[in-house]
Design a protein around this ligand. Structure first.
Ligand code: SF4
Ligand code: SF4
Length: 625
């Protein structure tokens, strides 16, 4: 029972007052004595908003269904975690990495937020990713060799994702990386306290284990001409990232103790930077700037033989956002000072030419400088991270004039055929979007090297569940079409009856669901270790811990399975004509759990109204686009 004073469940209503006053009096007769209708339930798969917004196109609903036991492993004895990992890796080969550092746009769009709180999608990914590493799971074997080859330049998330999905298609792949180790910005731009190196190494190695050739220490454009790759390979994918930081925009910026944020993080991640001066000034509000500040507080300043806290200040070019978000909140808790709405004016140098302060000026929203507001902030090191661009040394023809490359909607460089690009070389973006670029570019490059037409991409360019593959993996593949004209084909087994997949073009919003079905359930949160200004020094341990298995399953069970059947039985229970029944167990598959006897259905819409997940549409009914 829902106690109104202390509710455990929302009382969402399908109808507003007055809408239940029907303008015909024979409703009961029509339902209970009716014989036919032209509007019967159809099961229509649509893309849930979590997946629609995920730049890597993850099948989030799919692997949550696996974790909660709706979608069972098709092979006897396979642990659900392995099956979930396979589904994750079909769109994104870095679940342990992404589960830790992804900004999780999916969670911000999750329909469950309209009931109580979003689903902790990242925490499920984190758990499954770690389980896959601990159990040494592999990616599927590549398809038969095609005889085609692709050069992948760079080894950040976009490049590795492209390499992975191209190799799975059977192409020979060679990665060219200018540094000694693979990983790009995930290795050289992110600290180990956010992304442990054993996790990164394991997820990269799993991709290399597909049989990928790696050339390190060679910079394409400098050591190897791009033209050489074009002549040797059938296609080239450029995932070279944005390896150049914009310089400090201030007079005297070339002081010897002024450096770029990327140079700082590179030195730290290569082990060359072990401590920082007493006062560090970070200029910028980019992710790199925030990472530099976090690392500087952890490294601290060594005086005599004693390591102590460094004073770290961020000169933040904008007002602080109203909602700070995790990164800024963590930095403030760790003792970083953030001075908003300031712009650099000039480096104040001492007698030796070294910076001893940065002169800044207050700026209004929009960047206009306020007169007579200049102040000097004392410092021993200035680190600038206000923006990045691509490094096109030896490949200047790729530069669109803004330090980036321009590609079309199919990730084709607009300069010459056969060259594709993705990731931060196109524009600043998050790691999950870079992974998505690589996955989609791999599909396009596959079509290109095979000489096929490169297809227009769907509205929701995400991993698409394939009902025929689902039926096939459960031994339920439909028979071949017999090419005969006949009537009464409702029992013919060459068709998938009563199902329509519109997920390439339609998503499902909270108003399409029956939210009243769901009881309030608090989100199971990962434990976050508090790190304070007093404890941050030398603390390079992870802040968050993965959930335990039972917590992951509980969290997955909160998912409302938006746009696909969650096997709740509501439609069976509430159908007044007993027209809806379960599919026999041996014939069930994901999305094939219930079936309607059209000879009994009178089109009352009740099943549609009580379906929590918005999976039912009445046939012939128009669905809003
Ligand atoms: S409830 Fe589940 S399917 Fe729906 S948006 Fe949230 S995670 Fe996605
Ligand atoms: S009401 Fe429940 S069982 Fe019926 S289609 Fe919707 S989710 Fe599936």
């Amino acid at each position: 029972m829902n106690d109104i004073a202390n509710p455990t469940q929302h009382t969402f209503r399908r109808f507003k007052d007055g809408e239940t006053v029907w303008d015909f009096s024979d409703l009961q007769t029509r339902i209970f004595e009716g014989e036919r209708t032209y509007k019967c339930p159809t099961y229509v798969r649509r893309t849930p908003p979590c997946q629609a917004i995920c730049p890597s196109g993850h099948d989030i609903r799919g692997w949550l269904s696996i974790a909660r036991g709706i979608d069972k492993p098709p092979v006897a004895g396979m642990p659900w975690q392995e099956y979930a990992f396979q589904r994750m890796a079909a769109a994104n080969p870095f679940p342990a990495l992404i589960g830790r550092i992804c900004p999780a746009q999916c969670q911000k769009s999750c329909n469950r937020d309209k009931v109580d709180d979003f689903i902790g999608i990242n925490s499920v990914e984190h758990y499954v990713g770690d389980w896959a590493i601990a159990h040494k799971l592999k990616l599927p074997a590549p398809a038969e060799a095609t005889g085609k080859s692709v050069a992948v330049v760079g080894s950040g998330p976009a490049a590795l994702s492209a390499a992975c999905y191209l190799r799975l298609k059977g192409h020979a792949i060679t990665i060219y990386e200018a540094r000694d180790k693979l990983g790009g910005m995930t290795r050289y731009g992110i600290s180990s306290h956010r992304l442990p190196r054993d996790v990164l190494d394991a997820e990269i190695q799993r991709i290399l284990d597909l049989g990928i050739t790696v050339v390190t220490g060679k910079k394409v454009g400098v050591d190897i001409p791009l033209a050489e790759l074009e002549s040797k390979f059938d296609a080239v994918f450029l995932g070279v990232g944005a390896q150049k930081c914009a310089p400090l925009d201030a007079q005297g910026a070339d002081a010897p103790n002024s450096m770029s944020g990327l140079a700082f993080l590179n030195a730290f991640n290569e082990g060359r930077l072990q401590d920082v001066p007493a006062r560090v000034l970070v200029v910028g509000e980019t992710d790199i700037a925030l990472e530099v500040a976090a690392v500087a507080r952890r490294l601290g300043h060594v005086e005599g033989a004693k390591r102590q806290n460094a004073q770290v200040t961020i000169v933040y070019g904008r007002p602080l956002p109203r909602v700070l978000g995790d990164k800024l909140e963590h930095l403030l808790a760790e003792g970083v000072q953030i001075r908003p709405s300031l712009a650099p004016v000039a480096v104040v140098a001492d007698d030796t030419g070294r910076a001893k302060a940065l002169r800044v000026v207050e700026v209004e929203r929009g960047g206009k400088r306020r007169p007579n507001t200049e102040v000097d902030i004392e410092c021993d090191l200035i680190v600038t991270a206000t923006g990045q661009s691509g490094d096109f040394a030896g490949m200047t023809e790729l530069d669109n004039g803004s330090g980036q490359m321009t590609v079309d909607g199919l990730y084709r460089w607009t300069g010459r055929p056969g060259i594709f690009a993705g990731g931060e070389v196109l524009r600043p973006l998050n790691v999950n979007r870079a992974v998505g670029h690589g996955r989609i570019a791999a599909q396009v490059i596959d079509q290109y090297v095979r000489g096929e037409t490169m297809e227009k991409r769907p509205a929701f360019d995400v991993y698409q569940f394939d009902m025929l593959a689902e039926l096939e993996q459960r031994g339920l593949k439909p028979a071949d079409y017999h090419h005969r004209q006949e009537s009464g084909t409702d029992t013919a087994n060459f068709a998938v009856h009563n199902f329509e997949d519109r997920s390439a073009n339609l998503d499902v919003s909270a108003s399409d669901l029956f939210l009243g079905h769901f009881a309030l359930e608090p989100r199971v949160e990962r434990i976050e270790r508090p790190i304070t200004a007093e404890t941050v020094l030398g603390d390079f341990g992870e802040r968050i811990s993965a959930l335990a298995e039972e917590q992951v399953v509980a969290e997955a069970k909160r998912c409302m399975s938006c746009g696909s059947c969650m096997e709740c039985d509501n439609c069976i229970i509430y159908c007044p004509k007993v027209a809806v029944e379960r599919v026999p167990e041996e014939l069930r598959a994901v999305g094939r759990y219930v079936t309607t006897d059209y000879a009994k259905c009178v089109g009352c819409h009740i099943c549609k109204d009580v379906c929590p997940s918005g999976y039912i549409q009445m046939g012939l009914e128009r669905i809003k686009a």
